[in-house]
Write a protein that binds this ligand. Structure first.
Ligand SMILES: [Zn+2]
Length: 187
């Protein structure tokens, strides 16, 4: 049985051979991977057994690609819902439970009604029940303080947090480039 090309994404590494992103893991669909090869933007590091062919051409699908030109990662990550969850490792900052993203909400530590702003330093991840429980009260009034003081994370810190969430599928050729590889046995 031949794998469908759709099930053969390529892991994309920066020019320093680290994944462009850990979470979500930087993967390109095969069409994009082949296009980048033809545009000479990437080196093929590893391939699938699966090939695509036309009458004049045959090519094995790349499983790992490395960009030829290093892409610097932004030092200041965007202030987005996803990045706040990632900073807080998808855990409610009050009860410390990890929840699927659709069950997570934002909490303003100092409520907006009390002049609190929507910034990295005043917004934390909260589950729906904790958010409801805290309501419009200040931490001192509710006795609910975030587990860690909210700060603006660096891109590096977000990357590090993202490593904690391996995807469901890891092709064997990706393992050398990912943190989720089994640890090397010092023997
Ligand atoms: Zn909670």
């Amino acid at each position: 049985m031949m794998a469908s090309p759709e099930s053969c994404p390529a892991l994309v590494l920066n020019a320093d051979f680290r994944p462009l992103s850990y979470f979500p893991l930087s993967l390109w669909p095969w069409q994009e991977a082949i296009k980048a090869v033809f545009l000479d933007r990437v080196n093929i590091i590893s391939e699938y057994d699966r090939a695509v062919r036309s009458p004049s051409f045959e090519m094995r699908l790349p499983s790992v690609l490395a960009l030829k030109e290093f892409v610097p990662l932004n030092r200041r990550p965007a202030f987005t819902r996803f990045n706040v969850f990632l900073r807080d490792s998808f855990a409610c900052q009050y009860c410390c439970r990890c929840c699927p993203t659709h069950e997570l909400t934002f909490d303003h530590v100092i409520p907006r009604s009390r002049g609190g702003r929507t910034t990295w330093t005043n917004v934390v991840t909260a589950c729906q029940s904790c958010n409801l429980l805290k309501g419009n009260r200040l931490p001192q009034q509710s006795g609910m303080f975030p587990k860690s003081r909210p700060v603006q994370p660096t891109t590096f810190e977000l990357q590090e947090n993202g490593r904690a969430f391996p995807p469901n599928y890891l092709h064997e050729s990706w393992r050398d480039f990912l943190y989720w590889d089994t640890e090397l046995d010092p023997s």
